[in-house]
Design a protein around this ligand. Sequence first.
Ligand SMILES: Cc1cc2nc3c(=O)[nH]c(=O)nc-3n(C[C@H](O)[C@H](O)[C@H](O)COP(=O)(O)OP(=O)(O)OC[C@H]3O[C@@H](n4cnc5c(N)ncnc54)[C@H](O)[C@@H]3O)c2cc1C
Length: 509
Amino acid sequence: MEFDDIVVGAGSSGAVLAARLSEDARRKVLLVEAGPHYEDLQTMPKSLLNGRQMAWDHDWGYAAEMVPGRLAAYHRGKVTGGSSSVNACLALRGSPADYDEWAGLGNPDWTWRDVLPAFVRLEKDVDASGDHHGRSGPTPIRRCAEADLAPAQKLFLDACCYLGHPKVHDHNHPEATGVGPVPSNLGPNAVRFSSAMAYLHPAQERANLTIRADCLACRVLFDGTRAIGIEIEAEGRVQQILGQRVTLCAGAIGSPAILMRSGLGHSEELRAIGIEPRIHLPGVGRNLIDHACIRVKWNSPVGMVDVAAAHLQVLLTHTAPGSSVRNDMQAFLFQWPIQPSLWLQTSLMKPLSRGTIRLRSNRATDCPDIRLNLATDAEDVRRLSEGLRMLGKLVQSPQMKVLGADVCSFDDGQSMPAERFLALLRDDDWTAAQVVRAVTHYVHPVGTARMGPTHDPGAVVDQHGRLHGAIGLRVADASIMPTIPRANTHLTCLMIAERVAEWMRAEVT
Ligand SMILES: Cc1cc2nc3c(=O)[nH]c(=O)nc-3n(C[C@H](O)[C@H](O)[C@H](O)COP(=O)(O)OP(=O)(O)OC[C@H]3O[C@@H](n4cnc5c(N)ncnc54)[C@H](O)[C@@H]3O)c2cc1C
C-alpha cells in the first residue's frame, strides 16, 4: 500500500503532525516509531504516567560530549510521545523575541505574531487567561497554587523574592520575568500529558491513520531527488514502504542521522563512512544547540524533600548582569527523590556555543557522535559564571539555610563544604574555570537541520520544512529551529508541527 504521508518519529512533533494530517479522511497517513505505543492509560507503564518525575525507561541510551573529553548520558524518549513521554512537563513558550529572531534569519513566516495562534490552539490552560491563551486545545496546562507548594519549593520562591526578583503568575505571558509557579502539561492527578496522549489517543482509531510502533526507520528512499518512501527494520526484517511525501520528526538527534544515512549531508564526511552522497547539505548535523546548565547539589536533611511532589514547581527567569538578552537565564530548585537530595540549577537559555552530530557508521542502531561544545563561547562562560554566583546567593539566603546545603557537589565530580564554595565564588578565574569543568546539558537539543533560505549555506530546510534540493521530503521537529528559544523545548516542538501540518494540508500533492 502506498501512503500519502509517511511521518517518521512519533514524538512531540510527529504525534501532532500525524494527528493533524489524518484529520483529512482522504489522506492515508503512516506514523512510524522506533519505540512502543501504549493505546490507553491502563496499559501505559506507571513511569510514563507519573508527570511529577522524569522517566528513565524508554530511552535511546545516548551519550554526548559536554566539553571535549567529558561524556554524559543524553536522554531521548523512545516511545510514542517521544521525549514528551519521559520529560519533566515544564510547558513554556519562550519570548516573542525568540520567534522574531527566526524570522529575521530569513524565515519570515515565523514571527511571534505568526506562531502565537498555534501556541493558543495547542493548549488548554486551566488557570491563566487573556488573548494569548487557549482554553480548548489538546494539551492541558496547569500551575501549582502557592499554598500547595512543597516546603522546599516555597523556600526557593521566598529566597528569590528576598533577592529582589518580582513574582510572576504566568510565565507564558509575553512580558513575564521573575519567579513563580511553572506551567506544566499535566492532566488530573499529575498525569504526564505527552503528545501521544494529547494527539494520538484521540486519533488512533481513524481508518486512514496507521501507527507502526517498534519500527526503526533506517533511511529515506529516492528516485533521483524525489523521496518515494522509507526503509525500515521491524520484526527482524528490512522492509520498504512507499509514500508520496516523507516527513522526518525523529528529533534533533534522530532526524539528522536519518538524513545522513540517506546521503543528505556533508558529502566528504558521508563518503568517509561509506555512504554515497545524494545532496551536499553541509548544515546537516551542525548548529547543535542545547541550553547550558550548572548544578549545585547536596544531600538534604531528612524530611526536606517531599518525595511525592513534582521535581520542581517554581521557576525563576532573569537576565544575567551585563547581558543584552532579556531573560537569558533560568533557575530552579530540583527535588531528587532517590537519595533524597536537592539541587539548584542555573541555565543559560540563549547560548552562543554550537555543537555537532556526526555518524560513526551507516548502521541505524549506532549512537551518533554527539558533541555539544557547551560553554566554548566566552560570553556563555561569563553569563554562566553570573548564574553560578546567583546560586551562591540562594544557598546563603536565610530562607534556604534550612535546606542543609552544607556540602555541595558539582557535575565534574567535585565536592566541597559550602563555606569553601562560597569563598571560591569571589575568585572570578575559579568561577569561570568551574563553569567549564561542570557545565552540563538541559536535554534540549535543537537546530541540527535548521531552516533558512536557499542562499544560506548552512540551511537544510526552507521555512516550511522542505529539504533544500529534494522533492517530497520534509523535516518538522526540534531540528529545524535555527536558534533555541529561551524556554524548555516541548511546546515549541508542538507549535512547529501544528504549523507545518497546516502548510502540508494546504499543499496540492
Ligand atoms: C528527560 C527529558 C526531560 C525534558 N524535560 C522537558 C520539559 O520539562 N519541558 C520541555 O518543554 N521540554 C523538555 N524536554 C525536551 C522536550 O521533551 C523535547 O525538546 C521534545 O520532546 C523534542 O521533540 P521532537 O519531536 O523534536 O523529538 P522527540 O520527542 O524526541 O521525538 C522523536 C521521536 O522519534 C523517534 N525516532 C527517532 N529516531 C527514529 C528512527 N530512526 N525510526 C523511528 N523512530 C525514530 C523517537 O523514538 C521519538 O519517539 C525534556 C527532554 C528529556 C529527554
